[in-house]
Ligand binder design. Sequence first.
Ligand code: ZN
Length: 80
Amino acid sequence: MLTYLAVIFVIALVAFVLYGFGIIMRRPISPAQQADKCSLCQVTFEKTRLVERRVGDSKILYFCAACIQKLQQDLNRTVG
Ligand SMILES: [Zn+2]
């Protein structure tokens, strides 16, 4: 009887683990993970449209194309 219960328990445990694993694998990537704010204009863009720069050990800054072009214009104006 105890062996029978133990087998049922193990089967239930395996089914539960596989079910939980299935939920984790099926979970889609949320839009919040694919998008981030430009560090200068604070507009949210897809990460593929942002240039990423690591500052220090942990801080990551993102820059959009418009802000980079504006920086380039400012640089040209400053340097000449
Ligand atoms: Zn920007």
